[in-house]
Design a protein around this ligand. Structure first.
Ligand SMILES: NC(=O)c1ccc[n+]([C@@H]2O[C@H](COP(=O)([O-])OP(=O)(O)OC[C@H]3O[C@@H](n4cnc5c(N)ncnc54)[C@H](O)[C@@H]3O)[C@@H](O)[C@H]2O)c1
Ligand SMILES: O=C(O)[C@]1(O)C[C@@H](O)[C@@H](O)[C@H](O)C1
Length: 288
């Protein structure tokens, strides 16, 4: 006679990164765990406070496993340097060269990326008819690469990438072109020219964050027929989103990416499909 193995209900998770004290991910994961009938604990492990840097990550991962962590979110400055320390990488994380979710399973560390799928899902919920549009992406760092990947994966006709650091724009475009083809993505310095033929604009720079006020593009380029998205979510209503709304543009604020990276990670960590609408409502409560 075989005895059925009961489904896991208890999970120990965490976020490894620097300067993460304000993260809303622990609250989102723990609340959704509770609501799903799981005993889920999520800890912040702030490398800055511990005096740990990139060279210490192997040791940090090792003690996470030894102390029984089931999974981790990974953020700045570890999203790239974690890759060689893992046993397996999903194709999307490989293509992006970045991991934000590590699952420990059967003695192996599996790397995943829910940043791109998080932005993508939030975008599709708001603007499902816009997935095939041409877009201009401003900011080619970690968040920008994830947004560019999501746009192209979901069917954008073309993505033009602008960054004050032109080498970063080029590196991001080259990486995405390798996956999606160089007829669909390019780096450019001609923001106005590219926006003239685009239907959408995404800000993936820190401009507009608390402490970094301002607009990432000149105000006169924000036309009423553009859709406009921002990855910044502190504050939720950035100057760019505010201006775009006031001009009648359809908008996708940064909160959606923050929630849906957590939705995707929850599923990887627990194997349980979370209630995404409930997580959105909880995020709204946390940020109101
Ligand atoms: N909503 C979310 O869930 C979420 C997730 C990750 C990051 N973020 C936010 O995204 C922002 C960017 O994060 P990141 O990790 O990609 O940072 P990053 O430093 O890796 O990249 C930012 C890029 O923007 C460029 N840049 C800055 N100002 C610019 C300007 N005016 N014009 C053109 N390019 C400019 C920089 O050169 C850099 O390449 C941050 O505000 C972060 O909080 C949000
Ligand atoms: O909530 C945060 O602070 C996060 O660090 C934001 C983003 O970096 C995600 O990829 C992480 O999973 C969580």
């Amino acid at each position: 006679m075989t005895t059925a193995v009961p489904a896991r209900t208890s999970f120990l998770l965490g976020l490894f990164g620097a300067g993460i004290a304000g993260s809303l991910t622990p609250a989102m994961q723990e609340r959704e765990g509770f609501a799903s009938g799981l005993n889920l604990t999520y800890r912040l492990v702030d490398a800055e406070r511990l005096g740990y840097g990139a060279d210490d990550l192997a040791e940090m991962l090792d003690w996470a496993r030894r102390f029984g962590f089931d999974g981790l979110n990974i953020t700045h400055p570890f999203k790239q340097v974690v890759i060689p320390l893992l046993d397996e990488l999903s194709d999307d994380a490989y293509d992006l060269g970045a991991v934000n979710t590590v699952v420990f399973r059967d003695g192996r560390a599996l790397g995943r990326n829910t940043d791109w799928s998080g932005w993508g899902r939030a975008f599709r919920r708001r603007l499902p008819d816009a997935v095939a549009d041409r877009a201009v992406l401003v900011g080619a760092g970690g968040a920008g690469s994830a947004v560019g990947y999501a746009l192209l994966e979901q069917g954008a006709e073309h993505v033009s990438i602008v960054d004050v650091d032109t080498e970063k724009a080029q590196a991001c475009a080259t990486r995405l072109a390798k996956r999606f083809g160089d007829d669909r993505v390019r780096a450019t310095t001609d923001l106005a020219g590219e926006l003239a033929t685009a239907q959408g604009l995404v800000n993936a720079t820190p401009t507009g964050m608390t402490g970094h006020p301002g607009l990432p593009v000149p105000a006169d380029l924000v036309r009423e027929d553009l859709w406009v998205s921002d990855v910044v979510y502190f504050p939720l209503e950035t100057e760019l989103i505010h201006l775009a709304r006031s001009r009648g543009c359809r908008v996708v604020p940064g909160g959606g990416m923050a929630v849906f990276q957590a939705v995707g990670a929850f599923e990887y960590f627990t194997g349980v499909t979370p209630d995404a609408d409930r997580m959105v409502r909880h995020f709204e409560e946390l940020t109101s």
